[in-house]
Design a protein. Structure first.
Ligand SMILES: *[C@@H]1O[C@H](CO)[C@@H](O)[C@H](O)[C@H]1NC(C)=O
Ligand SMILES: *[C@@H]1O[C@H](CO)[C@@H](O)[C@H](O)[C@H]1NC(C)=O
Ligand SMILES: *[C@@H]1O[C@H](CO)[C@@H](O)[C@H](O)[C@H]1NC(C)=O
Ligand SMILES: [Ca+2]
Length: 344
């Protein structure tokens, strides 16, 4: 019982503890001081009667209690049974999933390495999701790119969006779970952080490298009502570290109402430990993120993930002023890039 209890959710244990441990029944009346012996004979009958009643009552009580216990135990057992079987199924599912993705990754790596040995020119190199797409990888998900000496790129995990608007997108940023803090320092933003299937920043060094040829940026935004919008920019580029990963953007297109990124065009990247903004304030510290802070924001896509959006005090949420204004923190954001000349 205890073992099952331990393996099931903690609340169940509390359940059991509350209902299985003897409930507080009315205590037997506290023993009065023994009546004086002279009265003993007269009351004997009465006392016996009372004793019998008490005995009956307590046997009734214990019977009731037993029944109730049994009922509760069986209910709890059933719930636990259900829980554990759904847990078992869940774990089998994740096991299968991870095996599948492992196999997938292995196949990917092998195929990519094979392809890599054949092609050693930069034009044919597999260095992002668009080159994977051109090699007929059409399923969105995690891919492992092999290192490339020619391009000077390390082995790297990427998440490819192979469906949206023709596919071939390498996701460089995602906010959806709120489980990863984006209030990180320069080094973290440089190398990237988070988890590739959840919330992450691909890393300024990687984004810089991936945007060295003409690149398009797509920003997807979702609010807490489930409304989804996008903004796209031609000629996206990130400078190198000596240029403080400065942002360059071309013209906006999309359906998000108003652009909120051009304000950050031609602006250096700032983090809490590196103030490169155009303001007396320290924008990164005020807005709690790493971003191309100007003075300070028209959007703050690496801000704080506020549950259910509204945050009126600090303007440090995941904002896009051109859609929901400065005090509405979005539910989900993805930033993704692909070469300008990509042909689906
Ligand atoms: C006690 O219970 C028995 C049967 O269960 C019954 O015959 C008897 O009358 C009860 N006594 C009292 C005092 O209620
Ligand atoms: C942006 O739009 C303007 C006006 O429509 C155009 O002249 C310019 O060439 C465009 N810039 C880019 C980078 O596409
Ligand atoms: C962004 O800044 C660069 C550099 O100043 C400029 O050439 C480009 O036209 C700007 N983009 C837009 C859309 O204004
Ligand atoms: Ca400043």
């Amino acid at each position: 019982m205890l073992k099952r209890c331990l393996s099931a959710g903690g609340w169940l244990c509390i359940f059991i503890a509350v209902f299985v441990s003897p409930p507080v029944w009315p205590q037997k009346p506290p023993k009065h001081k023994k009546p004086a012996k002279l009265k003993a004979v007269a009351c004997c009958e009465e006392v016996r009667e009372l004793q019998a009643q008490t005995a009956n009552l307590s046997s009734l009580l214990s019977e009731l209690r037993r029944k109730q216990e049994q009922d509760w135990v069986s209910v709890v057992m059933q719930v636990m049974e259900l829980e554990s079987s759904s847990k078992r199924m869940e774990s089998r599912l994740t096991e299968a999933e991870s095996k599948f993705s492992q196999m997938n990754n292995q196949i990917d790596i092998m195929q990519l390495q094979a392809a890599q040995t054949v092609t050693q020119t930069s034009a044919d190199a597999i260095y992002d999701c668009s080159s994977l797409y051109q090699r007929n990888y059409r399923i969105s998900g995690v891919y492992k790119l092999p290192p490339d000496d020619f391009l000077g790129s390390p082995e790297m995990e990427v998440f490819c969006d192979m469906e949206t608007s023709g596919g071939g997108w390498t996701v460089v940023q995602r906010r959806k779970s709120g489980l990863v803090s984006f209030y990180q320092d320069w080094r973290q933003y440089k190398q990237g952080f988070g988890s590739i299937r959840g919330d992450f920043w691909l890393g300024n060094e990687n984004i810089h490298r991936l945007s060295r040829r003409p690149t398009r940026l797509r920003v997807e935004l979702e609010d807490w009502e489930g409304d989804v919008r996008y903004a796209e920019y031609s000629h996206f580029a990130l400078g190198n570290e000596r240029n403080s990963y400065r942002l360059f953007l071309g013209n906006y297109s999309g359906n998000v109402g108003n652009d909120a990124l051009i304000y950050h065009n031609n602006t250096a990247f700032s983090t809490k430990d590196k103030d490169n903004d155009n303001c007396l304030d320290k924008c990164a510290q005020l807005r709690k993120g790493g971003y191309w802070y100007n003075c300070c924001t028209d959007s703050n896509l690496n801000g704080v993930h506020y549950h259910l959006g509204e945050h009126t005090k600090h303007l440090d949420g995941i904002t896009w002023y051109g859609w929901h204004g400065s005090s509405y923190s979005l539910k989900r954001v993805e930033m993704k890039i692909r070469p300008e000349d990509f042909q689906p």
